[in-house]
Each structure stands twice: as structure tokens, then as C-alpha cells.
Design a binder for this molecule. Structure first.
Ligand SMILES: Nc1ncnc2c1ncn2[C@@H]1O[C@H](COP(=O)(O)OP(=O)(O)OP(=O)(O)O)[C@@H](O)[C@H]1O
Ligand SMILES: [Mg+2]
Length: 353
């Protein structure tokens, strides 16, 4: 079941230079579906349209055309009053927290419940206690925002976003104002919350590591268009679009494919995911195929906690035909791809005899 479904959203902004200048196409027929309970990340460069996209979901920004469905309801078709009510199903977490400085931590978390109505003071207080425990801020309940660290402020922002028990949480660069350690803690908290509350999360970020730490799926936005989307593991390991490749390379996630080594020997890229990444892959291959390699580059990482190992190696010798190697690697639960030469691997057999 999908919880968020965007269909062909388009948004143009008039140029500040007046009607004679062309408008900015901030969203260009964006369609995406976020399945229930998943964490979906949208990544893109500055100006790609990320904020416009996330603000379109609760219609803080009204698209020129297209539809926004949350659950079964098309938000674009609602009256202002009904939209106000439906927005309670959508929580939002902001980059700069947007807390009320005059209210305490508890008062900030209570605020959306007061606006929504329908709860007694005792019910609201009980919910505040529950939420502050959830985000680890019970001790700070009577402090004011000015007395909190950035990470604590964002915990208040998250508790406040959850106050009215939303089905969907939208996060607009929720960790971009935080240092790396605090970022990790907030990402862990968001992951925990999504699991415990079965919450669907859509987040936008310009930081690749947010996607790989937290997300199940990712869409890459470029000039208002989605140029690539899919499960994080597929997009990270087999990026197709140049923008995705550039974003991954900048974040150090792609091996530097560089030039083929002068030796002219074939170059193999090995990728092992999950359990396969914990096995002595090269040693096993050496025993079963006589494979001897020169390691050129390697990387161990985790995608949403799943270990991923990727190696680039020059093949020095094997006892089996080169064209058999990928199947031998696949039999060990890993993946092999020829980087050089990609097509004529079988002809290179003699080169490494
Ligand atoms: N209110 C506005 N009026 C005019 N143009 C706008 C407005 N808001 C955004 N834009 C333009 O729309 C495009 C997309 O902007 P948006 O803020 O969605 O990008 P972004 O991906 O969030 O960028 P960043 O990573 O820098 O926050 C940009 O070209 C921007 O200049
Ligand atoms: Mg933005």
C-alpha cells in the first residue's frame, strides 16, 4: 500500500525580473510513490527543487498541476478547511527547527495539539510526556529552546511533528544544521521512530550519507525532474544517471574507476552485500578458481546497516576461463563486473595465463 502518491506535479515560479522573463520550472511532472512504512529520500543539488517538492506534499506550496495523495485522499481537491484537518496526518520536521522561543520544550510539543483541539489538558500533558520520552528529552521538558543544543532542538522538532499522530513525516534537511555526530544520533532516532510507529517518512537532503544511513528508496531530482529512482542499494551500486554518479562520486561512494592500468590486464569489480560481505571472498575465489589479483581500490560501507564491500582488482591469473569468473563469483553470493575490458574478457584469457 502506498501512503504518498505524487502524480505529475509541476510548479513554476514567476521570475523576480517580471513577467517578460521566463519562469523557473521548479518541478517538472514529478511522480513518485512512497510505500507504507518506508523511508524515502529525495536527493539533489542546490536548486534542484527539493524544498519545493516537500512543501508541495502538504500544499504549503501549491503545484500548478498534478495531484498529491496521502492515503486515499487527494489533497489538491480539498477545501481550505478540510485541507487544514488533513494536514494533521502529515508531520513536518524543519532544518532550522522553527521552535517557539517563548515556550518551553513541553509547550512546543503541546502546541500542535492545542491547535488541533479535541484533547483535554490532561490528555495533552500525557502525550507530551510520552513524546519527550520517545525522543529522549524528558529531563529537558521545562527548558526553553535557547537552552538547548542543536540536536536537542531537533528532538523537540521531531516530538512536535509527531504530536497529532501523523501517518506521514516530512523531513526538510532535518540534519543539515547539525554536526556529524549529532546527525548520526538524529538519523538513528528517525529510523527507530519509523519502525516503532510504522511511520512513512519522506525526506529531502543534499547529503548522500543521510540516504545511505536511513532510506529504503531514493529519488534523484535534477532541475525539477526525477532522473533516477529505486531501492537505495540498486541506485547506489548501479547508478545510471550522470547526476547520480556525480553525487555519489562527490560523497566518496563510487570507486574511482580511473584509467585502466598500464599492464592492460583485465580489471574486475567485485561487490558483496550482506552476509557475502562478511566472507573471505578473495581467499575462497583463490581456492576455487586460482584467482590472483592486484587490489586497485576497495571500500567497505553500510547501506541502512547492511554491509557492502566493493573491490576493484586487476586480474593476474586464474585457473578457469575469465568468462566463467562472474558465474563463480555469483555462486558465492557476490557480484562481478568487468570494468576493463568490459566486453572482450574471454579474449584476454591468454593475457593473464
Ligand atoms: N518562492 C520562490 N520564488 C521564485 N523562485 C523560487 C522560489 N522558491 C524556489 N524558487 C526557485 O525554484 C528552484 C528550486 O528551488 P528549491 O528551493 O526547491 O531548491 P532546493 O533543491 O531545495 O535547493 P537547496 O538545496 O539550495 O535548498 C530554484 O531555481 C529556486 O531559485
Ligand atoms: Mg531546499
Amino acid at each position: 500500500m502506498s501512503v504518498i502518491q505524487l502524480d505529475s506535479l509541476t510548479k513554476r515560479y514567476a521570475s523576480p525580473r517580471g513577467a517578460s522573463a521566463p519562469p523557473t520550472l521548479a518541478l517538472d511532472q514529478v511522480s513518485l510513490t512512497v510505500p507504507a512504512g518506508e523511508i524515502f529520500g529525495v536527493i539533489g543539488r542546490s536548486g534542484a527543487g527539493k524544498s519545493t517538492l516537500i512543501r508541495s506534499i502538504n500544499l504549503l506550496e501549491r503545484p500548478d498541476s498534478g495531484t498529491v495523495r496521502v492515503g486515499d485522499i487527494d489533497l489538491t481537491a480539498l477545501s481550505a478547511r478540510e485541507l487544514q484537518r488533513q494536514r494533521q496526518r502529515i508531520g513536518m520536521v524543519f532544518q532550522h527547527f522553527n521552535l517557539l522561543q517563548s515556550r518551553t520544550v513541553a509547550g512546543n510539543v503541546r502546541f500542535p495539539m492545542e491547535l488541533a483541539g479535541g484533547r483535554s489538558a490532561a490528555q495533552m500533558d500525557a502525550r507530551v510526556d510520552e513524546l519527550l520520552a520517545l525522543v529522549g528529552l524528558s529531563e529537558q521538558r521545562d527548558r526553553h529552546p535557547a537552552q538547548l543544543s542543536g540536536g536537542q532542538k531537533q528532538r523537540v522538532g521531531i516530538a512536535r511533528a509527531l504530536a497529532n499522530q501523523p501517518e506521514v513525516l516530512l523531513c526538510d534537511e532535518a540534519t543539515s544544521a547539525l554536526d556529524p555526530e549529532t546527525t548520526e544520533q538524529i538519523l538513528t532516532l528517525l529510523g527507530d521512530i519509523s519502525r516503532r510507529l510504522r511511520l512513512t517518512i519522506l525526506l529531502i537532503t543534499h547529503e548522500m550519507h543521510v540516504i545511505h544511513a536511513l532510506c529504503d528508496r531514493v529519488a534523484v531530482l535534477e532541475r525539477g525532474r526525477i532522473v533516477e529512482q529505486g531501492p537505495v542499494i540498486d541506485v547506489f551500486l548501479h547508478p545510471r544517471h550522470t547526476t547520480t554518479r556525480a553525487l555519489l562520486a562527490n560523497a566518496g561512494f563510487l570507486l574511482d574507476e580511473g584509467d585502466a592500468p598500464d599492464s592492460g590486464r583485465p580489471v574486475l569489480q567485485l561487490t558483496a552485500i550482506g552476509d557475502a560481505a562478511r566472507q573471505p571472498l578473495l581467499e575462497t575465489l583463490r581456492d576455487s578458481t586460482g584467482l590472483r589479483v592486484n587490489l586497485l581500490e576497495g571500500r567497505l560501507t553500510r547501506l541502512k546497516g547492511i554491509p557492502v564491500a566493493r573491490l576493484r582488482a586487476e586480474v593476474l591469473a586464474t585457473d578457469v576461463a575469465l568468462r566463467e569468473l562472474p558465474a563463480r563469483v555469483a555462486a558465492l553470493g557476490a557480484e562481478a563486473e568487468w570494468l576493463s575490458p568490459p566486453q572482450d574478457a574471454p579474449q584476454r584469457e591468454e593475457a593473464c595465463a
